[in-house]
Design a protein around this ligand. Structure first.
Ligand code: PMP
Length: 427
C-alpha cells in the first residue's frame, strides 16, 4: 500500500516534493510519539513533522477542542473571538523576558514564512529603514522576503535576485570553523557590527537583524555563550530591532518555552510557527508594544481568523504546562545526547542541542561532511521503525526532534536502533 501511494504521488504531485527516504512510506495514523503506515508498520517518530507535533500526534486534548471549534466557528477573519484573544493573551504571558506582558501579537497566517514576512514589514515600517542582516546557514522560509533572509544558495540559486537589501553575517559555528567558541562569537559579532556600524558600507540603513537562536535547518547549531547577548547589545547600541526566529526552536522544544530564554535575551520581535498549533497551521509574530506603529490595515491576511488552530494552540500550551513537558524535554534531551556521544563510531564529530532539539554532525576521516553516512543511518533507522531527519549546510547532520511527549522507554528503544544504525554504517 505504501508503494502504491508513493507511485500515485510521483505520478500526480509536483516534482518539487522532497522524498524523505528512498523507502516508500505512506502514513495512516499517529498517536503520541508513534506513527503507523498504511501497511500497519509502526514507527517511533523522532522528527515530529520537523518540530510541529510537540504534544504528539492526534493529541486528544487538542483534537477535542479543534473538532468542537470546527463544528461551531472555524473562521471569523479579524472579528474578536474568545479562542483568538485567549491565545493572544497566553502567548504574551509566556513570551521571553521583557516581552512578557508588554507585547502585541500579529498572526502570520498558516505558515512560518508568513510570520517572517510580517516581521520584515514590521521592522521596515517601524524603523523606516530597508536593510536586513541575517546569517550564513540561516533558514527563515521560502516566500520571497523570508527566502532572501535564508542563506541556502542551493535552493535560492534559480530565484535570485530576491530582496537586494539583505547581507549575511557569519553565525558562530565553532565545530565547522575549527576555532574556539569565543573566537567564533567574536567573528560573528564583528561581522554584524561592520554591517550595522558602517553607514557608508553595505548597509546604509538597517531595519533589523534576523536570527535563529539555534539554527535548525542549518544543522542544530547552538551558538556559544555570549553570541545572543552580544547581538542584543549591538542591536541596542545601533537602535536596530532584533528579530528572533523561534519557529523551529519555540513551543517548548528546547526545554524552555523559547530558545531565547536559555540566553536571557529579550527579542524586539519573535516569530512563531510550526509547533504552535500542533499540526493545525498557524503562525504569529510577537513584538514589543513600542514597535506597534503600523495602524489599521497595516498587515492583513485571510487566514488570520482560523479559530480552529487558535483553540489547538491554546490547548497545546496548556498541555505542555499541565504535563511539565519543559522539564521532561530537558531530561530526555540530555539522555538522547548522552547515548549519541557514547556511540562507537568515528563518524560522529559532534553531538549538539538543547532539550529535544538534537543534532549529531557526521564527518569523514578527514573531517569533511559525511552526508551519505547520514542518509544511510536514516535509511537503516526507517527499516527498523525509527523516523529520523537530516539537516545541516551539507546535509551531514542527523536531527532528532521527537514530540515532547515521547516517553523515556520509547526514547531508549529508539536510541538502541539509532545507535546500532550509526555503528553499522561504515566510515
Ligand atoms: N523559520 C525557521 C527557523 C524554520 O525552521 C522554518 C521551516 N523549516 C521556517 C522559518 C519556515 O516555516 P514554514 O515552512 O512553515 O513556512
Amino acid at each position: 500500500r505504501s508503494r502504491r501511494l508513493r507511485e500515485r504521488q510521483r505520478a500526480a504531485e509536483s516534482s518539487a516534493v522532497l522524498y524523505p527516504t528512498e523507502m516508500p512510506i505512506g502514513f495512516r495514523e499517529g498517536k503520541g510519539a508513534t506513527i503507523e503506515d498504511v501497511d500497519g508498520n509502526r514507527y517511533l517518530d523522532f522528527f515530529a513533522g520537523i518540530s510541529v507535533l510537540n504534544v504528539g500526534h492526534a493529541n486528544p486534548y487538542v483534537a477535542e477542542a479543534a473538532a468542537e471549534q470546527s463544528h461551531t466557528l472555524p473562521h471569523s477573519l479579524d472579528f474578536p473571538t474568545e479562542p483568538r484573544l485567549d491565545l493572544i493573551e497566553k502567548l504574551e504571558s509566556i513570551a521571553p523576558g521583557g516581552l512578557a506582558g508588554a507585547s502585541r501579537v500579529v498572526f502570520g497566517g498558516p505558515t512560518g514564512s508568513d510570520a517572517v514576512e510580517g516581521s520584515i514589514k514590521l521592522a521596515k515600517q517601524y524603523t523606516g529603514n530597508r536593510g536586513m542582516v541575517a546569517f550564513y546557514g540561516a533558514f527563515h522560509g521560502e516566500t520571497s522576503g523570508a527566502f532572501s533572509l535564508s542563506a541556502d544558495g542551493k535552493y535560492k540559486r534559480d530565484y535570485t535576485p530576491l530582496l537586494a537589501e539583505v547581507e549575511h553575517a557569519q553565525y558562530p559555528y565553532p565545530f565547522r570553523q575549527g576555532v574556539p567558541p569565543e573566537e567564533a562569537v567574536d567573528r560573528a559579532l564583528d561581522d554584524v557590527q561592520t554591517l550595522l556600524g558602517d553607514r557608508y558600507g553595505a548597509m546604509p540603513n538597517p531595519a533589523g537583524v534576523w536570527v535563529e537562536p539555534i539554527q535548525g535547518e542549518g544543522g542544530v547549531v547552538v551558538p556559544p555563550e555570549g553570541f545572543m547577548s552580544g547581538l542584543r547589545d549591538l542591536c541596542d547600541d545601533y537602535d536596530v530591532p532584533l528579530i528572533v526566529d523561534e519557529i523551529q526552536t519555540g513551543m517548548g522544544r528546547t526545554g524552555e518555552w523559547w530558545a531565547s530564554d536559555h540566553f536571557d535575551v529579550t527579542p524586539d520581535a519573535m516569530t512563531v510557527g510550526k509547533g504552535i498549533g500542533n499540526g493545525h497551521p498557524l503562525s504569529a509574530t510577537v513584538y514589543r508594544e513600542e514597535l506597534d506603529t503600523w495602524g489599521p490595515g497595516g498587515h492583513t491576511g485571510t487566514f488570520r481568523g482560523y479559530n480552529v488552530a487558535m483553540r489547538a494552540a491554546l490547548r497545546s500550551i496548556e498541555y505542555i504546562e499541565a504535563h511539565d513537558l519543559l522539564d521532561h524535554a530537558t531530561e530526555l534531551g540530555e539522555y538522547i545526547r548522552g547515548r549519541l556521544r557514547d556511540v562507537d563510531s568515528p563518524l560522529v564529530g559532534e553531538v549538539r542541542g538543547l532539550g529535544l532539539f538534537v543534532g549529531a554532525e557526521f564527518v569523514d576521516r578527514n573531517g569533511r561532511p559525511a552526508s551519505d553516512a547520514v542518509s544511510e543511518v536514516r535509511q537503516r533507522c526507517m527499516e527498523r521503525g525509527v523516523l529520523a531527519w537530516g539537516g545541516g549546510r551539507d546535509d551531514n547532520v542527523l536531527r532528532l526532534l521527537p514530540p515532547l511527549v515521547m516517553t523515556r522507554e520509547q526514547a531508549e528503544t529508539g536510541l538502541d536502533i539509532v545507535c546500532d544504525a550509526i555503528e553499522a554504517t561504515a566510515d
